[in-house]
Design a protein around this ligand. Structure first.
Ligand SMILES: [Zn+2]
Length: 248
């Protein structure tokens, strides 16, 4: 049993054939997918497809914060249907529309919200891994999932010592940074994600949750353990951080 802790099933390339996407995922052993709503409209779409195997995390792109206060309202109103806050965080890719100061302010609000509602928080930190970790530690965030972390591996190691988890996408197949990350972090700090339809094993692949297997195989190879062991430990990690007691 695999859990894909971060995907975008409401993307226009996946949503029209959701049934097929989920049945291929199930056939591959992926029993649960956390779909991530980005912004208010997409958050409502994500809530609309929630069921036993599709869970929901709601946030906003740090590089486009329009409507982020509405996302906070949606999370509050639907607390019982939401499994995590996020993705939220920081993004320092050149040309983003929001200043770092604005990003930090919104990020703070989401960190406080996750703590108040006792939800895990899923972090987007493109080109800003270390900064995001520093803010999370300073604001005493709990139950943190660093999604597709592209930052400094030493900072990641220190965060893992504080209980942060790192979800590893299939893009590890072609990313030296992700391979180094997996090498340095203990298995107990790792989760599986796909970020579908993004971050497939190759840049040209339209990614789907079934591809979580790529992450399993790469982690197994790097760690020198069996794929079964990777599946077992990452499932336990996911259940622990999301507070699920129905999968073990
Ligand atoms: Zn994402």
């Amino acid at each position: 049993m695999l859990v894909d802790v971060h995907a975008h099933l409401t993307d226009e390339r996946l949503l029209p054939r959701l049934k097929q996407v989920l049945s291929s995922a199930r056939a591959a052993g992926v029993v649960r997918v956390v779909t991530c709503g980005v912004g208010p409209e997409d958050s409502m779409r994500a809530l609309g497809i929630r069921d036993g195997s599709v869970r929901v995390s709601l946030g906003v792109a740090p590089y486009d914060l329009r409507g982020y206060d509405r996302v906070i309202e949606i999370i509050r109103r639907n607390r019982h249907l939401v499994d995590a806050v996020g993705e939220v965080g920081l993004d320092l890719k050149v040309g983003t529309r929001e200043s770092l100061q604005e990003q930090r302010r919104a990020f703070s609000e989401f960190i406080a919200l996750a703590k108040e509602l006792d939800l895990p928080i899923v972090i987007h930190s493109r080109n800003a891994g270390k900064l995001a970790i520093e803010q999370l530690l300073a604001e005493k965030a709990e139950r943190v999932v660093m999604h597709a972390y592209d930052g400094d591996v030493s900072a990641a190691k220190r965060a893992a010592e504080r209980g942060f988890k790192f979800s590893i996408p299939p893009r590890i197949a072609t990313s030296e940074q992700k391979k180094a990350l997996v090498r340095r972090l203990p298995l107990e700090a790792l989760l599986l994600e796909t970020d579908s339809p993004w971050l497939g094993p190759e840049r040209t692949t339209l990614n789907e949750p079934k591809n979580a297997w790529y992450s399993v195989e790469w982690i197994a190879r790097i760690k020198g353990v069996s794929p079964e062991r990777v599946v077992e430990v990452t499932l336990r990690n996911a259940c622990e951080i999301f507070g699920w007691d129905d999968l073990l």
